[in-house]
Design a protein around this ligand. Structure first.
Ligand code: FEO
Length: 389
């Protein structure tokens, strides 16, 4: 049976990794895919390769359409090893192929691998390549999400091969958004956006406007992870919302606790939020995946972070989480730092300082000595209500 055909003569020849649960600390609870696309034209073209251990799987799919040695062009949209680590073995099979990539990608590939003897053709955004009846146009995607990144637009098929952009980390039997359900696909795309693309939201806004100005007709977007979008407007609209940090009436509370005092404050804040009718999500930073927590933070209007004080400072798990959060640069949030302490409240002060650095609009930090009293829990409730308002 031939592999799934996206368009007449354009095939998905990637790999499904059902087992992987960690993608450099991104929890992939449903596995992931490495998508690669084969375009059958006068010049047989492969767009993106797969992770090294899946080259055989990808080659088996290609072989059902054409002998892999007949591939003449290999487009490398992005060099991160989840895509490029399969390139050296692919080049050994498609010996005469020319690698099409940006200058930065070429430089990076030759740092990662021994590229001696590889044929390269360097391209930049706006360049076109005729491969027969089709024209490939390359779209500059610098820093979306690496300096080498680009996307490939197949003009005649109105197909955007977008690499990481618009991707999702989910393994599935179906190859299209409709196969798993468009809303389900959007759910996984949001997790991907929050954990990989959130800090690049400013650039993404500009890029969406740029793509709109190019007047590219796009009726399908095929990313390098997850399902293919037959409903491109849905994911483009979602990217517009996420990159603008459009928020919902939702408060996210994240905490850790040594002796249940910070936990009791977290619960009281949550009750206060609920009393105002806002949605509240409470996460224990040692029990919940950071991947899920930051996904909820992406579109939350307020975030409260609680830490006990230990060794005169932050509780280590909260420190780790805040380091992750800082890198992701969430915007347009209100914030609250809270927690308990024994003889100084430096842990809470540190949370406050870090959230201020993120330009969160902060309430006064809330801290209690040893154990919250009834009055202090009432105060925490009020602060939750204030956040929700
Ligand atoms: Fe899917 Fe940036 O690699």
């Amino acid at each position: 049976m031939k592999p799934v055909e996206l368009k007449d003569g354009v095939y998905w020849v990637g790999a499904i990794d059902w087992d992987e649960r960690d993608f450099h600390n991104f929890v992939t609870e449903r596995g992931l895919t490495y998508n690669s696309y084969l375009i059958m034209d006068e010049k047989v073209t492969l767009v993106d390769t797969v992770k090294h251990k899946f080259v055989r799987q990808s080659m088996e799919r290609i072989r059902k359409v054409v002998e892999p040695s007949e591939i003449e062009y290999i487009v490398v949209n992005h060099i991160e090893p989840d895509h490029s680590s399969g390139l050296p073995d692919t080049v050994k099979i498609a010996k005469d192929a020319t690698i099409i990539c940006t200058q930065r990608a070429k430089d990076g590939l030759c740092r990662y691998y021994d590229c001696d003897g590889w044929n390269f053709q360097v391209v930049k955004g706006g360049d076109e390549l005729k491969i027969g009846r089709r024209t490939l146009m390359f779209v500059d995607m610098t820093m979306l999400h690496w300096p080498d990144s680009m996307a490939t637009y197949v003009k005649e098929d109105r197909l955007l091969l977008s690499n990481d952009a618009f991707g999702q980390h989910i393994a599935s039997g179906g190859r299209f958004d409709e196969d798993i359900g468009v809303d389900e696909a959007l759910k996984w795309a949001k997790i991907y956006y929050a954990n990989i693309l959130m800090p690049l939201s400013g650039l993404i806004k500009k890029k969406l406007a740029e793509i709109q100005n190019l007047n590219l007709e796009i009726d399908m977007i095929a990313p390098s992870h997850g399902v293919v979008w037959r409903n491109p407007a849905k994911i483009i609209e979602a990217y517009s919302r996420w990159s603008n940090f459009e928020s919902e009436n939702k408060v996210v509370i994240v905490y850790d606790s040594m002796w249940h005092s910070t936990e009791a404050i977290a619960r009281a804040i949550a009750d206060g939020v609920e009393s105002e009718g806002a949605e509240v999500r409470v996460f224990h930073v040692r029990k919940d995946h950071w991947t899920s927590i930051v996904t909820e933070i992406l579109d939350a209007r307020a975030v409260a972070v609680g830490s006990p004080t230990i060794h005169n400072g932050l509780f280590p798990t909260v420190a780790g989480f805040l380091t992750y959060l800082k890198g992701l640069k969430p915007q347009n949030k209100k914030g609250l730092a809270f927690g308990s302490y024994g003889w100084n409240g430096n842990g809470v002060k540190e949370v406050h300082r870090i959230l201020e650095e993120l330009k969160f609009e902060m309430l006064e930090p809330f801290m209690v000595k040893f154990r919250p009293t009834k009055e202090e829990l009432e105060k925490a409730f009020e602060m939750g209500a204030e956040l929700a308002k």
